[in-house]
Design a protein around this ligand. Sequence first.
Ligand SMILES: *Cc1c(COP(=O)(O)O)cnc(C)c1O
Length: 413
Amino acid sequence: MSYVTRLTCVCCDREFAEGEATTCPGCGPDEGILDVHYDLPSVATSLTRDALARRSLSHWRYRELLPLDEAFCPTSGTIGWTPMIEAPRLAEALGIGRLRLKDEGRSPSGSFKDRASSVGVARAMQEGQRTLACASTGNAASSLAYCTAAAGLETNIFVSQAVPDGKLAQLLAYGARVFKIQGSYAQAYELCTRACERFGWYNRNAAINPYLVEGKKTGGLEVAEQCVDDPPDWVVCSVGDGCSIAGVHKGLAQMRAIGLIDWQARMLGVQAAGVDAIARAYETGDLDRSGAGYTYADSINVPVPRNWRKAVNAVRDSNGAFATVTDEQIMEAVRQSGRLAGVFAEPAAAAAVAGIAGARHDGLLNPQSSVVAMITGNGLKDIDGAMRAVGRPHEISPDLDQVERIVESDPSS
Ligand SMILES: *Cc1c(COP(=O)(O)O)cnc(C)c1O
């Protein structure tokens, strides 16, 4: 048994029993995303500080707040409990009082997605499935390939021509069957959906599967625990589909609901200026589905986001805000995070840092603000994106004179 009581549609509030539906049939798969509810009073009696002190430092330590029967929830693992890195020099450069970076780039496959994929895989095993599938060019796919490899299951990944080499290499290394589609990402997504119906594979296509946000929630549960006596004013997440910020906020809210923390933090959602449908929906109350726009930060290059309502609710419920940042500001944040905090972030992750700069400029943050930023992915994921931001080496022949000339012209770097 799990502590899940019911699911509700984020669009019309209709209730469902567990297993009754994946999306709300009345609102359809585009709008009718479900949210998972728990028996929080019972959770509170079991998930106590004492209980947590005895558990493994992995995201499975929060099992009462995961949608898994006890028999299918591991007790230890390799995901979660990523470090909170104090970044005083970066905080100073950004003009805020304190900054902590939660470095999700240290997850096994290098991104925050491992939290979601691992819960998806455990859920698939609970439902008796042995083969999974997903369509993605990015971290969701490499993360699923990692989690299935670790669990001994099979996975099929549908990618478009645009897949970056680093992520393709990860997929193949983890032993996924990779279909590289001669067509667009939308066609890859569609083909994956049809293949899942045809072969009965478990579909990890992220944003519509309500159980995956529950995995991302562990990021928020951890922020709560790691900052228990030392709360931040703001928690910052970059936003693509919207699942990450929704999960982190839900984790913080549930820790408060069960009495493990007594504070609230405001959520700052950061979108790329070119792909900002959720930030605009926050203002207008409606999603622009035209699908226009582009950012070079590929993990948040999501023109038609699927989980926009949960993201908007997370910001609204926490009295938070959205910020938008240009690709140039994201590149600056890649450089700053590396140099001033020792954290090599992929562009979509550095966007969170860029958003802090923007929010400070707009007066949302001040010189006293204490901020936690989720660094959602590792810079090695996207070498081309990093190289565009970080400059070039000095090309010289093996000659000390040339070294001297460069050192003398620029003693500081
Ligand atoms: C997926 C992803 C995001 C955004 O998460 P959403 O749930 O799509 O909003 C941010 N950064 C990285 C590195 C990601 O892989």
